[in-house]
Design a protein around this ligand. Structure first.
Ligand code: F6P
Length: 352
């Protein structure tokens, strides 16, 4: 088979391990594998990349993606779709593996529906916001990066008896804030799914800070992790809290740190490499079996889909994944409700 591979949307640590595995496994099994650069932008411009084994040796250790990535505005349009189908034909592809998040896999779905090319998706997003998927490529590294950053910030916080609000990525998903917040011993975790108003949040945060800095606690730092998806500004919230703190708890202060894209880069964790490799291996098997319009998923919490020989890897129709993603993003998914419920159970213990 002639199989193309592209990475698209926000890059995620582990993408390179997936790309390398697709190239190595594909070639070893007698296929021709070609890289497509800069996601769908590169596909429309027919920008290809020839894999040479010496050049991809060792790339699993690097963050980002050697193929480059992009968010294409043209691809979803009618013209863009027409051009993409034409390029797939010109490249003579039998299979295409798309590595990316919701937007990218929506694109994969469109291509699969309109062509004979076997299109297989791999879930890659640090936000872990992909339906029927327990863990997407990049999330574990991002969580570790956040925890490491918080450990460092807490060193300086302790030295000054300070509270910090650390904002982490996650446009529509609080997963990174939740997972990293617990691991970093945060005193409070703010995430969009909770839908608290700014006033309610400030009130609640003041209670947390009062508890943290109560003299009998002898605590010299406080950590609030806030997801990017919370509707109000982190710096404005810090300013409002600072005013109240000055009045109520002299000797303390508050600072805000927005981690931003720091969270998306860096050396992929062993877990991200392993899951990227295993999902990528399964994607070549899926192409060989003639499957199309499917995503290889990691341990779907819904137990939805078809199992493979690898107990952690499941095959999910992309249409079902997209439907479940919508439910996750609008809060109606039982998985999201469970997450919120579990966090509710321990919320009061965080700053105990
Ligand atoms: O990849 C997901 C994500 O990192 C979100 O958490 C974030 O809101 C967004 O991408 C940022 O995208 P961009 O790099 O295009 O600004």
């Amino acid at each position: 088979m002639r199989i193309g591979v592209l990475t698209s949307g926000g890059d995620a640590p582990g993408m390179n391990a997936a790309v390398r595995t697709i190239a190595v496994v594909g070639m070893a099994r007698g296929h021709e594998v070609i890289g497509i650069q800069r996601g769908y932008v590169g596909l429309l411009k027919k920008e290809t990349f020839t894999f040479r084994l010496p050049e991809i040796d060792g790339i699993s250790r690097y963050g980002g993606t050697i193929l480059g990535s992009a968010r294409s505005k043209e691809f979803p349009t009618q013209e863009g779709q027409k051009r993409a189908l034409q390029v797939l034909q010109e490249l003579g592809l039998d299979g295409l593996v798309v590595i990316g998040g919701n937007g990218s896999l929506t694109g994969a779905h469109l291509l699969a529906q309109q062509s004979n090319v076997k299109v297989v998706g791999l879930p890659a997003s640090i936000d872990n916001d992909i339906g029927h998927c327990g863990l997407s490529i990049g999330t574990d590294t991002a969580v570790n990066t956040i925890v490491d950053a918080c450990d460092r910030i807490m060193d300086t916080a302790r030295a000054h008896q300070r509270a910090f609000i650390v904002e982490v990525m996650g446009r529509q998903s609080g997963f990174l804030a939740m997972r990293a917040g617990i691991a970093a011993e945060a005193d409070a975790i703010l995430y969009g799914e909770k839908q608290r108003t700014e006033e309610e949040t400030i009130e609640m945060m003041m209670n947390v800070l009062r508890r943290c800095f109560a003299p009998e606690r002898e605590k010299t730092r406080a950590l609030i992790i806030k997801a990017e998806g919370v509707a109000f500004s982190t710096t404005e919230m810090a300013t409002k809290l600072e005013e109240k703190l000055q009045d109520e708890i002299p000797g303390t202060s508050i600072r805000a740190t927005i981690l931003g894209h720091v969270v998306r880069g860096g050396r992929p964790s062993a877990l991200d490499r392993a899951l990227a490799q295993r999902l990528a291996f399964a994607s070549i098997m899926a192409c060989e079996r003639g499957l199309t319009d499917v995503m290889m998923s990691w341990e779907p919490p819904t137990r939805f889909g078809t199992p493979t020989d690898d107990p952690s890897v499941w095959i999910i129709p992309i249409a079902d994944m997209l439907e479940d993603t919508q439910n996750m993003l609008n809060g109606t998914s039982p998985i999201i409700q469970k997450r919120v419920q579990l966090l509710n159970q321990v919320e009061h213990l965080l700053a105990f």
